[in-house]
Design a protein around this ligand. Structure first.
Ligand SMILES: *Cc1c(COP(=O)(O)O)cnc(C)c1O
Length: 404
């Protein structure tokens, strides 16, 4: 390592040529002091920072890494497609193969369209719903994240109020608030967009209640609005199809990205026949949306998910970690709240409004080789092992000790 390649040196160089040193959610100033900004390598369930430190990786690139970094089957598919071509004058045959696989897999899906980022997919869902209904209003849960575009960014600097016109708000899992927002929209309701489960930053996570999911479906049926599930974060980690299939509730449209290509840039919109014409009518595209390599990566990723039984594997591993964490918290007499699905854990401490405890805990765990997050849900991947979970628990032991 040259002295110019260590984390501190890279930060100093970046500070001169990148506003703020880093943009968006990847800006390490959002994390406790001591977190590295730069990473040089990753393998399976581990990452290495620019100083050469190795960590068990419980962020998984904020969701995309689902099989593990450098999965050999995905890497082989990527190499094959790279040798043939990636960015061409139109799509490669693998586009049809992938869309067929997605339509086969997700119960509500009759068709698929592919993009790059999750925000492309959520925006496309809203656009399709408006084109289909000829109406404007979209209902969004307070605090839900649907991307960083002007209509949905959580940080409104540089956007206008008009970017967020034609929107109503409701509270996740609160059917009365959804009904009230729909009533306010009257005959102008185009769509309701809801995340696969409630995973808002800095709040305890919540699974959707059956009554809420069924009520949202019935409300959309009554009003002729589209029900959109934003499964960008949860998609395929918890269930082979759409996250709401476990509740027996089918959306009209769903948005996907993060895990579908194990780290390669890809997003998808899946929809019902009733929205096919609207989806064909709108104009959405991008220079790189035909990239064949991420599509080949996605086909391989979906195949590997099925071969290993991904949701069951992550459930077993996550349950082991959750029980281990509960035991440690009890042993140390610390009030720890573990919420959400075990494959996407969030750990918040009681009496910690300023996140001082969470920060001290994560910082100590980082020094002991576990890359955790104090406020955002974390992610397990299929390359993680029981031994990795034991390593996380050992690092967590140091984290609890630091609270003492
Ligand atoms: C990450 C995320 C998005 C946005 O995806 P990008 O790829 O960052 O544009 C949208 N919705 C949810 C639920 C997400 O977690």
């Amino acid at each position: 390592m040259s002295p110019l390649d260590g984390d501190a040196a890279l930060r100093a160089r970046a500070a001169r040529v990148v506003p703020g040193g880093m943009w968006g959610h990847l800006d390490t100033r959002r994390l406790p002091a001591g977190y590295p900004q730069f990473f040089t390598r990753a393998e399976g369930g581990h990452i290495w920072d620019a100083n050469g430190q190795r960590y068990v990786d419980l962020m998984c690139s904020w969701g995309p890494i689902v099989l593990g970094h450098h999965n050999p089957v995905v890497d082989a598919a990527v190499a094959r497609q790279t040798a043939l071509g990636d960015c061409l004058n139109g799509p490669a045959p693998v586009m049809v193969e992938l869309c067929e696989a997605l339509v086969e897999r997700v119960a509500h899906a009759d068709w698929a369209m592919l993009q790059k980022n999750g925000g492309d997919a959520t925006t496309a869902c809203v656009t399709i719903a408006r084109a289909a209904t000829g109406r404007n209003t979209v209902l969004i849960a307070q605090g839900s994240y649907h991307g960083a575009l002007p209509w949905c960014t959580p940080v409104p600097a540089g956007t206008t109020a008009e970017d967020r016109a034609n929107q109503g708000r409701f509270v996740y899992n609160n059917l009365a608030s959804l009904q009230a927002a729909a009533d306010a929209a009257g005959g102008d309701l185009a769509a309701v967009i809801i995340t696969g489960f409630r995973h808002d930053n800095v709040l305890d996570q919540e699974m959707p209640s059956l009554a809420f999911a069924q009520g949202a479906r019935a409300l959309c049926d009554r009003s002729g609005a589209a029900l959109i599930i934003d499964d960008v974060r949860a998609g395929f980690r918890l269930h082979r199809g759409c996250s709401w299939e476990r509740l027996g509730v089918q959306p009209d449209l769903s948005a996907w990205s993060k895990a579908i290509a194990n780290g390669h840039p890809l997003a998808a919109v899946l929809g019902r026949d009733s929205l096919r014409n609207a989806a064909a009518k709108i104009f959405i595209t991008g220079s790189f949306w035909c990239g064949a390599v991420p599509m080949a990566a996605a086909v391989a990723t979906l195949g590997e998910m099925d071969r290993i039984g991904l949701p069951e594997y992550l459930e077993g591993l996550g349950t082991y970690l959750r029980q281990g964490m509960a035991n440690l918290a009890q042993h140390h007499g610390v009030g720890l709240r573990q919420s959400g699905p075990v494959a996407m854990p969030l750990w918040l401490f009681d009496d910690d409004a300023g996140f001082e405890k969470g920060g001290a805990f994560c910082r100590a765990a980082l020094e002991h080789g576990a890359y955790l997050h104090p406020k955002h849900n974390m992610f397990l991947n299929a390359a993680h092992t029981r031994a990795d979970m034991d390593a996380v628990l050992a690092a967590a032991e140091a984290g609890f000790a630091a609270l003492g």
